[in-house]
Design a protein around this ligand. Sequence first.
Ligand code: ADP
Length: 477
Amino acid sequence: MTLHQNLIAGEWVGSNGVENINPSNTNEVIGLYATASADDVRTAIAAAKQAFPAWSRSGILERHAILKKTSDEIMARKEELGRLLAREEGKTLPEAIGETIRAGQIFDFFAGEALRLAGEVLPSVRPNIGVEITREAVGVVGIITPWNFPIAIPAWKIAPALCYGNTVVFKPAELVPGCAHAIVDILHRAGLPKGVLNLVMGKGSVVGQAMLDSADLAAITFTGSTGTGKRVAAASIEHNRKFQLEMGGKNPMIVLDDADLTVAVEAAANSGFFSTGQRCTASSRLIVTEGIHDKFVAALTEKLKTLVVDDALKAGTHIGPVVDERQLATDTDYIDIGKKEGAKLAFGGDTITRENPGFYLQPTLFTEATNQMRISREEIFGPVASVIRVKDYEEALAVANDTPFGLSAGIATTSLKHATHFKRNSEAGMVMVNLPTAGVDFHVPFGGRKASSFGSREQGKYAAEFFTTVKTAYTLA
Ligand code: ADP
């Protein structure tokens, strides 16, 4: 089996590899992927530092061309890369191809942004002086990504980093080195100079930690768990570096008495259970007013019965497996916790076996949950959601905001008054009206509030805030 190596200083290196396993069929090894050592990370950071002066001054046409070429190849290979993604992460093939297309669109967007770099020219408050405000690259950027969006998250961090002239050391999650390796290979062949983009695969505790400990990373952008996010923050403050964190969510979706029942059920099923509930924007708190509660629970339960849980590559699968054994254990632990806390198991709750050995779990719905239960306060990150019954919109809004997190929030209603009020008063970074809490566009800002996020927004032109630093220059005319 070929060994997929790390890319350091423009060379593919590494001899020891770990197996990448398919969660839909644990007998299947997708490939062997090299693991970097702390020394490799230091070499990669040194290479990126050396490459920075030239890349940060490279022409915008060169950056545009490389990002565009990358987009074109991702688009042309979307079926193949989507299959790889579905095999290593477990989301269904249509979801995986959709994510791959999104990665292609992101590279295309930032190829365009490279041509739209701009600043401001203003008069000074003092006579005969001009002021120019420009954006410059930050330096070497460390990128640490999670397993749940193996191609889109690396794309939405790598593309702006390179677009604005930064050099990169990229560490993907251990469970999904395949897509990471594939996009780095595409960017490398698209013509990136040596050292501009380095790939260091391996363990968080070794590779990630060596990045946190480096004094030569000017910035780190991180998506992952709250615990690791706090480590990134602490280490970044120590090294006086810029950092950006995207962490957990416990996203609410309100369903009001006046909701269109079909819209509400479709949005809840999508938010709670598609992509196996493994999205930071997934909704696991369905906050439902009394008048529609029983009808909504009955209709959602009927919908869940129709969802097929099976191999991610099989046609007709709606929900793929959980990503690995550890995450499955977390999910089933939370299902036990929910039962012990007194929530009523309305659907699912059990692991299931399929033709091949994999980490299959039924979509699981609790009812009669309260917002104080652990299943309502802690992020589960699986296909598990709870219904919380409330009296009216005012109580629903209070419950929706009563959470340590603030990434995404949804409401199903036909009332313009309540939709408008919710958009203004939700304490989340993203608000969805009559739509799932998950599923966002690539050209607009993505991010949350409270314990979900820290730092400036990702994606769209707002990404410039993190990946550039502002310079104000004064000239006496
Ligand atoms: P999850 O529980 O979803 O896997 P993690 O926060 O553990 O979330 O993982 C997100 C990313 O952070 C992964 O790439 C992981 O390897 C990395 N990581 C884990 N531990 C550390 C650490 N101590 N320092 C830096 N990165 C880490």
